[in-house]
Design a protein. Structure first.
Length: 142
């Protein structure tokens, strides 16, 4: 999970951060980063066979086809799952498109008809050791 969270945060942060910025500029960059990334982040709620909530976690859109990445342990053992977007809309998870249990990562499919999906922009570079990152997640349901 730590690897995925670090990677997701870095993927979002890389265009906004540069070494040597003063803290006021860095704070403005973080505010802008959160605003830009928030539409890509979702809350995943899992349910057991009795439709009782069994867990929740964050995930993020990776493309405009409503494919979502999250950790495998989030959906492991779940009977069903839903996704809540930053706009508050909820959608059922339709299925698992790809899974790597060892890496604790899963790609989910969600049927979203509207075209208002904002995928996370991915970077191809890996963060350097000691580099600052920002973690952005979805808050739990009230």
């Amino acid at each position: 999970m730590k690897r995925l969270v670090r990677l997701a945060a870095y993927l979002c942060l890389s265009p906004f951060w540069s070494t040597g910025q003063n803290s006021a500029i860095a704070a403005e960059d973080i505010v802008r980063l959160v605003k830009d990334v928030k539409p890509a982040v979702v809350l995943i709620q899992t349910f057991d066979a009795d439709s009782q909530p069994s867990g929740s976690a964050s995930g993020f859109f990776i493309n405009d086809k409503a494919h979502i990445i999250t950790n495998h342990h989030v959906i492991e053992g779940a009977y069903s799952a839903t996704v809540r977007t930053s706009s508050g809309r909820e959608y059922a998870v339709e299925g698992i498109l790809a899974s790597d249990i060892k890496a604790d990562i899963v790609k989910l499919s969600v049927n979203i008809q509207d075209s208002n999906i904002t995928p996370l922009k991915l970077s191809t570079t890996i963060p350097s050791e000691g580099e600052d990152i920002v973690v952005i997640g979805s808050p739990p349901r009230p």
